[in-house]
Design a protein around this ligand. Structure first.
Ligand code: GLY
Length: 319
């Protein structure tokens, strides 16, 4: 008889909206794939979360565009969608890409929406009154900063990003005009290790901008032999550095999950970037070891085992 693995699930900040239901699936003997999809759907449907799914903050035109991906550790099967409008659960479309379009891995924009329509998924207005209000409010803040100072003054990466975004908004939406993706990684009793990522991406992004969340090796990677890695935060750094794959390569080299994440972050940090902002990593292995790293004091990740009665919060290594 095959050995039974002890189910475990971890997630980034705010994944606690979905992790208990995902753990219920694992406890009942369900698959990591179902658990990750269920957990992320609940996060996508959480109207209080403005960085994923319905209620996510919009792009420079005021339109919400979503990215998501899912990866299975035993086969390295990968499904992803990017820049999807009007469909509230991109993680489910990503899963269907993996299962029903195995000749492809990633669909974007109109093509992804056409596939979702073919599947019979229903559309909704993703921009809620509250997320529109937040979008406009942050825009006003950025506007007053640009009146006070010069676009050339030394600012943090986040501020510079906001100022550059304001230029986009001025061009694209002149009349109306803490980030955070969600990662969930689960191990089921059969030893399958699945990693899922979902996001509305950086607010004020250029329409069509795709971040790391939809890209294998950048924001999401799972390889059952070594472990899984996922990222939140500034996706362009994870894209340029191949951060999720670097985490897994570090695991392969024998590093523990926390160290693997920390060293992957250090590599991304070494890149020049005028828009530098927080990038965070998480990792889980098939033998149930886990860890995370971040730049900001107090950063945590969420954990549940079969024995947890509620989500537990674990510190990430701070660099
Ligand atoms: N990490 C999410 C994004 O950059 O869109």
């Amino acid at each position: 008889m095959a050995a039974r693995f002890n189910p475990i699930i971890i997630g980034s900040e705010r994944s606690e909206a979905g992790i208990p239901a995902a753990m219920e699936i694992l406890r009942a003997g369900g698959s990591a794939l179902d658990a990750v999809e269920r957990g992320l759907r609940l996060c996508e449907d959480n109207l209080n979360d403005h960085y994923v799914g319905t209620g996510g903050l919009p792009n420079a035109r005021g339109v919400v565009e979503l990215d998501a991906s899912i990866m299975v550790g035993s086969t390295r099967a990968f499904g992803a969608v990017a820049a999807v409008k009007n469909y509230p659960n991109p993680i489910s479309i990503a899963r269907k890409v993996m299962e029903q379009l195995p000749q492809h891995s990633l669909l974007v924009g109109e093509g992804a929406e056409a596939f979702a329509e073919y599947l019979g998924f229903t559309t909704v207005e993703l921009l809620t009154p509250e997320s529109k209000k937040l979008w406009l409010k942050q825009l006003e803040t950025a506007n007053s900063e640009s009146i006070e100072g010069e676009n050339t003054r030394a600012t943090s990466g986040d501020e510079r990003y906001r100022l550059a975004s304001l230029e986009l908004v001025k061009r694209m939406a002149p009349h109306t005009g803490p980030w955070g993706t969600i990662n969930i990684i689960a191990l089921d009793q059969f030893g399958e290790l699945v990693c899922g990522v979902s996001t509305s991406g950086y607010p004020y992004k250029h329409p069509g901008r795709v971040g790391d969340s939809a890209i294998a090796g950048a924001g999401n990677y799972s390889d059952i032999r070594y472990g899984a890695g996922a990222c939140t935060g500034r996706g362009e750094l994870a894209l340029r550095s191949g951060t999720a794959r670097t985490i897994v390569e570090n695991l392969r080299a024998g590093q523990d999950p926390e160290t693997a994440c920390a060293n992957a972050l250090l590599e991304a940090r070494a890149l020049p970037d005028d828009f530098r902002a927080e990038l965070r990593c998480l990792s889980l292995t098939q033998d149930g070891r886990h860890g995370g790293a971040a730049g900001m004091e107090g950063s945590t990740y969420t954990l549940m085992t079969e024995h947890s009665t509620a989500p537990e919060f674990r510190p990430r290594r701070i660099l």
